[in-house]
Ligand binder design. Structure first.
Ligand code: C2E
Ligand code: CA
Ligand code: CA
Ligand code: CA
Length: 279
């Protein structure tokens, strides 16, 4: 028993070694990624359940490292958050989004609203609303084309700060959404004081809602809650027609997920989803 215990320990430490080596390699490559122009944004459409039409898209960062190949944001965003690089990366995402919107406008294409994810470090900065508004001004893009996503976890860390920042965004005419809703700790009293216009129902509930009664009930309750608070609901991670039909029955407003489209590069997104918007 002792021997197997020691083997187990050796196994875990090797595994931990591998994880930290990978983290170091990634961290080093990440350091140059901005300068090397290795990031791009993919766009995933959001569709209205009542009209079937596109109402927006979420911008999702992609990293193609020249040395490591494609690295998932689920892997490198947490590292960038730890190292502080997320501030520069986050600003690049905002800039690239504004640049793309401006490009559509210049090409005579009416854009849809683009939702951008915010990290905790970005949200901590008191001047974030000013930074975002300055970027929009720089690219001559109206605030109506931008939406910011804040996870429920980030929003509830310091509710007073959250309310201040969200109110400031509201003054700039920038809409905000609570991402991954249902996985955090929103109290009802805070939720109604957060000036957000949209709740994004976390994909973990959508995944099993056709087979798991609890998840189905939770989705229904979130939609009712949002309706009471006069917020819009969007379900993320919708992969099947069955999920779409249930969400429609429950009164969900919009959906996003592989059932409509995977996140795709800007040119593909333009061809497939903005064709009708060409003036
Ligand atoms: P998220 O904000 O919750 O984004 C949704 C994730 O679900 C995306 O993964 C998207 O590709 C994936 N997804 C969309 N539809 C479906 C579906 O039908 N089924 C399944 N299984 N997955 C679906 P992605 O692009 O790998 O991003 C992962 C996470 O990385 C994001 O989760 C977000 O937390 C973070 N992230 C991505 N881009 C950015 C960014 O620009 N800034 C920051 N701060 N975080 C980002
Ligand atoms: Ca998101
Ligand atoms: Ca999400
Ligand atoms: Ca998520």
């Amino acid at each position: 028993a002792k021997r197997s215990g020691r083997n187990q320990y050796a196994f875990f430490s090797e595994e931990m070694q591998a994880i930290s080596t990978r983290a170091l390699t990634l961290g080093n490559a990440l350091h140059d990624a901005l300068d090397q122009a290795e990031f791009s944004l993919y766009y995933q459409p959001q569709v209205s359940l009542s009209t079937g039409k596109i109402i927006g898209a979420e911008a999702l960062i992609r990293w193609h490292s020249k040395t490591l190949g494609d690295v998932s944001p689920a892997e490198f965003i947490p590292l960038a958050e730890e190292s502080g690089q997320i501030l520069a990366i986050g600003e690049w995402v905002l800039r690239e989004t504004a640049r793309q919107i401006k490009q559509w406008l210049d090409d005579g294409i009416e854009p849809v609203r683009i939702a951008v994810n915010l990290s905790y470090a970005q949200f901590q900065a008191n001047d974030l609303p000013l930074i975002v508004s300055a970027i929009l001004n720089e690219y001559d893009v109206s605030a109506k084309y931008l939406e910011l996503e804040l996870t429920e976890r980030i929003a509830t860390k310091n509710p007073k700060h959250t309310i201040t920042i969200l109110e400031s965004f509201q003054q700039y005419g920038i809409k905000t959404a609570i991402d991954d809703f249902g996985t955090g700790y929103s109290s009802l009293s805070y939720l109604q004081r957060f000036p957000v216009y949209k709740l994004k129902i976390d994909q973990s509930f959508i995944r099993n809602m056709t087979t798991n009664k609890n998840d189905y009930v939770i989705v229904g309750i979130i939609i009712l809650l949002a309706q009471q608070l006069e917020m819009t609901t969007i379900a993320e991670g919708v992969e099947t027609k069955e999920q779409l039909d249930l969400l429609k029955q429950l009164g969900c407003d919009d959906i996003q997920g592989y059932h409509i489209s995977r996140p795709i590069p800007a040119d593909e997104f333009t061809r497939h989803f903005l064709e009708a918007n060409i003036k």
